[in-house]
Design a protein around this ligand. Structure first.
Ligand code: 5GP
Ligand code: ZN
Length: 114
């Protein structure tokens, strides 16, 4: 998967603004932010979409929420509210096929989403 954008960012081959790094996960600032705070929480293991998540991955995927909570609190979003969003596939608007959890906050959001 050497051509995958987020695998390359993980390896450091493409630069990014990292805000978190551990054995299994990293988080970066989105290059094209859709809100004042827009971070991407990314498992280091390559999954093209969330459809590839297996039972053995549940601990890793669950830990994404601990990091989302920590990053939300670090940015004061626990006081105001925030979104954690995963796009899966074409009609959802997924553009990078290595799963990532968007953490968005710092402005009001509408529902339903566009
Ligand atoms: P998706 O549309 O797949 O749910 O989200 C992909 C996200 O990755 C988009 O919000 C886009 O701005 C972000 N993105 C695309 N290329 C890069 C990059 O090279 N660096 C960073 N930090 N974010 C990127
Ligand atoms: Zn990848």
């Amino acid at each position: 998967m050497s051509e995958c954008l987020f695998c390359q960012i993980n390896k450091g081959a493409i630069p990014s603004e990292k805000v978190y790094d551990s054995d299994g996960l990293f988080a970066i600032k989105d290059v094209n932010p859709q809100a004042p705070i827009h971070l991407l929480i990314i498992p280091k293991k390559h999954f093209s979409t969330i459809l590839e998540i297996q039972e053995e991955d549940h601990e890793l995927i669950g830990s994404i929420y601990s990091i989302a909570n920590r990053l939300a609190k670090d940015n004061g979003l626990d006081q105001t509210g925030f979104r954690v969003v995963v796009n899966c596939g074409k009609e959802a608007g997924q553009s990078v096929f290595h799963i990532h959890y968007h953490l968005l906050g710092g402005r009001p959001f509408k529902w339903p989403p566009g």
